[in-house]
Design a binder for this molecule. Structure first.
Ligand SMILES: Cc1cc2nc3c(=O)[nH]c(=O)nc-3n(C[C@H](O)[C@H](O)[C@H](O)COP(=O)(O)OP(=O)(O)OC[C@H]3O[C@@H](n4cnc5c(N)ncnc54)[C@H](O)[C@@H]3O)c2cc1C
Length: 350
């Protein structure tokens, strides 16, 4: 397959899609090669039995995320504040009752996207030409040629192009993509050590037919040192007619089966919020350590290690190879804002 002077974007997460959108606006032809069977990467909204948008991945943003907010506005999407009114709970020890506290209304609240964060992905994808995305297409080699680059996919197909922008976590580039000629040694040393933000996190989400906690004066916010749930928030939709929770499970939860995780989550919630917690209409969780986000363990000595490193912002292979995942961004690397910033800074170079 020859795609001549098109720009190939490797990875169909927020950075890849935002870049594709920005380049398309400049009338530059693009093709996205996405390894998995869906777009979105670390953004994944699913629906419960009642149709509640439930976030398995990225959920919140705030007023400081100016570039993301501008994109949300440009795409005609809407935000709403995270609900936090009422009694919040803090479990210090499993054998002591939880402490109750109230969170004052924040001057800059966390926001959620109306309809779910996936709306951002879906809306960006809708703006692209029909044939712009190839799913189930995992890139495994990038080879420089005289006029461009040749990419080889895991099913043995080759794609020729003028320029390629890699929008996947740098650690995956180090582990899964072979470059020829080899990348400079300094970059090679950095890539495997760039922390992939949220890799290894375990996120859970629950759907209920009624907001029984709100009716009892609870905010739905929980922080715990005692149970499997370490952090949880109300997950009611914008219209306030679909209800649930989302949050994070402790690190050890990754080694339990989904059934055991569900059992422990429901037990913890029923002890705190009553029997009704035992009857969700949906439970989902996700351990974010599959081949599309992480390859092997990362040794991390500080949060956001090497995120936004200068070497990630340079071009390679004589101006034919660029990087643009959120971890490459000069500001807010790791977050959705970073993905948009990374896309914008590469788009400005074409
Ligand atoms: C549990 C969780 C909670 C989060 N919460 C928040 C939050 O509340 N707020 C916030 O701002 N951010 C949050 N984030 C981070 C946010 O999701 C990311 O910053 C953002 O989505 C990253 O986008 P990206 O396109 O750079 O990377 P990704 O979303 O990782 O996209 C990379 C894409 O590349 C694909 N890919 C991988 N390897 C290959 C290959 N070899 N060939 C082709 N394709 C490949 C992957 O399948 C994936 O689709 C969270 C992330 C997680 C996991």
């Amino acid at each position: 397959m020859s795609l001549d002077q098109r720009i190939i974007i490797v990875g169909g997460g927020l950075s890849g899609l935002a870049l594709a959108y920005l380049l398309s606006k400049k009338s530059i032809k693009i093709t996205i090669l996405e390894a998995s069977e869906r777009l979105g990467g670390r953004i994944q909204t699913i629906k419960g039995a009642a149709g509640t948008p439930l976030e398995l991945g990225a959920t919140w943003f705030s007023d400081v995320h100016a570039n993301l907010l501008a994109l949300i506005g440009e795409l005609g999407l809407k935000k709403y504040p995270q609900f936090s009114k009422g009694i919040s709970l803090f479990q210090t020890k499993s054998f002591e009752p939880p402490q109750k506290f109230f969170v004052p209304e924040a001057e800059t609240p966390s926001y959620r996207l109306v309809g779910g964060t996936q709306m951002l992905i879906d809306r960006l994808a809708q703006k692209l030409p029909d044939d712009a995305v190839l799913l189930n297409t995992k890139v495994k080699t990038v080879k420089e040629t005289t006029n461009g680059v040749v990419l080889e996919t895991s099913d043995g197909k080759t794609v020729e192009t003028g320029k390629v922008v890699i929008c996947i976590p740098p650690q995956l580039v180090a582990k899964q993509i072979t470059c020829s000629p080899k990348l400079p040694e300094a970059l090679d040393a950095v890539l495997p050590n760039v922390q992939t933000w949220m890799a290894g996190a375990v996120k859970f989400t629950l759907e209920y037919s009624a907001p029984f906690w709100r009716n009892e004066g609870y905010s739905g916010m929980l922080y715990s040192h005692a149970g499997i749930i370490t952090e949880m928030y109300d997950h009611t939709n914008f219209e306030e007619n679909k209800f649930g929770f989302t949050g994070f499970l402790g690190g050890g939860a990754a080694s339990y089966t989904p059934e055991i995780r569900k059992e422990f989550v429901l037990r913890q919630l029923s002890e705190l919020l009553g029997e009704q917690a035992l009857r969700p209409t949906a439970y989902f969780d996700k351990v974010w350590s599959d081949e599309f986000i992480l390859d092997g363990n990362q040794i991390i000595q500080r949060p956001h290690q090497y995120n936004g490193h200068l070497l990630l912002q340079q071009d390679y292979m004589n101006g034919k190879l660029f990087f643009a995942a959120t971890e490459t961004a000069a500001e807010f690397p790791g977050y959705m804002e970073g993905a948009v910033i990374a896309a914008q800074s590469i788009a400005a170079r074409f």
